[in-house]
Write a new protein. Structure first.
Length: 603
């Protein structure tokens, strides 16, 4: 870096005092008057060395001899005769590819003398990075021993190597040159989002034109792709100094994954929804939100691609390159920080197509004929309804029949059966009077068009409240141990996007009769004392949403939870609490529940 900065400073100073310097070669000229290291050019030195005759013939065949005679300063690592298949390179018809993939892997801007212990990356003219290492006596370039070193020339330095620098495309380049007729979908998607931008920092400025615009003597264009941005893949697959592993599904595997995932993203053109209100009468019509054109397919594609790229430097993924890594496990972590518990299966050879594993200049690519990502870890996750933030209970009208303006947020701590200390928050819905029942409405975020089991987690009354009990004339403090009786109901759109109304067009009373279930808790405080688990998670029932709400701005289905203790039967009051202490409301995909239950059965 110091060497490059010094040269750049010298050039900048020279430019200020030499307005006529407009040739880009002047930017990189070898200051031979200051560094008299040789009287022959790089090409003349290569051509004169009988041990480099094969390399010289290749250079001559594409006119590269002229490039190595100009005033630009280069370092060349020239492969010795018979250390590579030179005839195959010489016979290559595409001369541009020969320069890019072979010659320019051995040429770099500026001089790299071998004078001390080295361990650095050399960025060659084809924008690849090769290791240059050495201990002061023995040196290697791109894993090839350097035989002749520091040969001075008029326009740079020459080293000779025992072998050649093998060219590997980076993962991004490989996507566009896979050469497999069965891999078109993924490259096509990347191509759709690709663009080129001017790299101002590397381009050479020219004069300002008549309109006041900056012109450039030499433009350097860089490839950009919005799929690589932080809000999508968050992976710079173009970066030569990074290390990634990418799964590239065949078209058949991509289509199979697409059809499977798309079932969770069914949308109507317009989807209706209600907002909580105390207005009387209820609103005459629900609100509508229009689904963005192309959104379902883009969401499905996103859920495929974002689960195919892994940063090899992430501690979860180091074992992919190094099986002996201390962090080795079955878990992989995507560049979007999603943990995939079946990582060993994902990168196993059982899904690799023939010659599907390829080394890249920045990692590895794996062409696979299946993408067995687990739905509940990726595109169809468990939903936990926000109880405490504005996402769920947006404002005061969402809660009815409780003391104060807001439900009381409380917490309880205990030691679980696993020996770990725990702290749980819960919403305490305290009714306005003994004969009343509280009611609360919650928006459900990120709902997919799939089937969920609904769970409500409550804190038993005896763990948070006590009562004074008189027995044989003696008063004592005991847990306030009563069951809960409540109803859970849902309001959501049908497959056509319409929300059905109840009698009189009221959304909050009969409108929730699409699905409702009243349950009563049975567990006593002794049950929880034995298990050392204080939160009671209750399976309420199952619901299938015909449409997906994921990705919509405001449109969400709604859940209502309402106490159902009798308002007049005081005998029921002695065993049923009209106060609700809710720790969580969870919608779990049924396939995830089946997976969890299978694990419990196996244990």
């Amino acid at each position: 870096m110091k060497r490059n900065k010094l040269i750049y400073s010298m050039i900048a100073a020279t430019t200020l005092f030499a307005a006529s310097c407009t040739d880009f070669d002047d930017y990189n000229e070898a200051y031979t008057d200051s560094h008299p290291m040789g009287s022959a050019t790089l090409w003349e030195n290569i051509a004169a060395d009988e041990n480099l005759s094969q390399f010289a013939e290749i250079l001559k065949s594409v006119g590269y001899d002229k490039e190595l005679q100009n005033s630009r300063t280069y370092t060349v690592w020239a492969p010795l005769n018979d250390t590579y298949d030179y005839q195959s390179f010489l016979n290559q018809e595409n001369k541009d590819e020969l320069i890019k993939r072979f010659i320019n892997s051995h040429v770099a801007n500026y001089t790299y003398p071998l004078t001390s212990t080295l361990d650095e990356k050399i960025h060659t003219l084809n924008n690849k990075s090769f290791d240059l290492v050495g201990d002061g006596s023995n040196y290697a370039y791109a894993d090839n021993k350097i035989v002749g070193k520091n040969i001075p020339t008029l326009n740079g330095l020459l080293h000779t190597i025992d072998g050649y620098a093998q060219f590997f495309p980076n993962i991004y380049e490989y996507l566009f040159s896979v050469g497999n007729d069965n891999v078109k979908e993924v490259p096509s998607m990347f191509e759709k989002y690709q663009s080129e931008e001017l790299d101002v920092s590397q381009s050479v400025e020219g004069p300002i034109d008549a309109d006041g615009n900056q012109t450039y003597i030499e433009k350097v264009m860089i490839t950009t792709n919005s799929l690589l941005n932080k809000d999508y893949l968050d992976a710079n697959l173009l970066n030569e100094d990074s290390s990634y592993t990418m799964l590239i599904p065949t078209d058949e595997a991509y289509t199979a994954a697409f059809e499977k995932i798309k079932k969770c993203f069914n949308y109507a053109d317009e989807i209706e929804y209600w907002t909580p209100t105390r207005e009387v009468p209820a609103p005459a019509a629900p609100i509508k939100e229009t689904t963005k054109e192309g959104m379902p397919d883009s969401l499905v594609a996103r859920n495929i691609l974002t689960n195919t790229v892994f940063n090899n430097n992430n501690k979860y993924n180091r074992w992919v390159e190094n099986p002996k890594d201390e962090y080795k496990s079955d878990t992989l972590c995507t560049t979007r920080d999603v943990k995939l518990s079946n990582g060993a299966e994902l990168i196993s050879d059982q899904y690799l197509v023939e010659n599907g594993l390829q080394q890249m200049s920045n990692g590895y690519s794996r062409i696979v004929n299946d993408l067995p990502i687990l739905p509940w870890e990726t595109y169809n996750r468990e939903i936990s309804i926000p109880l405490f933030g504005s996402d769920g209970r947006t404002n005061r009208p969402l809660v009815e029949g409780i003391q104060g303006e807001e439900p009381e947020s409380r917490s309880i701590s205990w030691t679980g059966k696993d020996g770990q200390d725990r702290l749980e928050r819960f919403v305490d819905l305290i009714p306005t009077q003994e004969s009343a029942n509280p009611r609360a409405y919650f928006y459900i975020p990120n709902v997919r068009s799939t089937t969920y089991n609904i769970y409500v987690a409550v804190v038993p009354s005896g763990f948070v409240d006590t009562q004074i009990v008189e027995e044989d004339g003696v008063e004592s403090v005991k847990p306030y141990e009563r069951s809960y009786k409540f109803e859970v109901a849902l309001n959501y759109a049908e497959a056509d996007g319409k929300v059905k109304l109840g009698d009189g067009g009221r959304p909050f009373y009969n409108g929730f009769k699409q699905w409702a279930k009243t349950i009563e808790t049975e567990a006593s405080i002794e049950d929880f004392t034995e298990t050392r688990e204080i939160v009671d998670t209750i399976l309420v029932g199952q619901v299938t949403f015909p449409v997906s709400y994921y990705g919509l701005t405001n449109c969400k289905p709604m859940l209502r939870i309402e106490g159902k203790r009798s308002s007049w039967n005081k005998t029921e009051w002695t065993k049923i609490d009209n106060r609700l202490r809710i720790n969580a409301i969870i919608l779990r995909p049924v396939d995830y529940d089946e997976y969890l239950n299978k694990g419990e059965d196996e244990e």
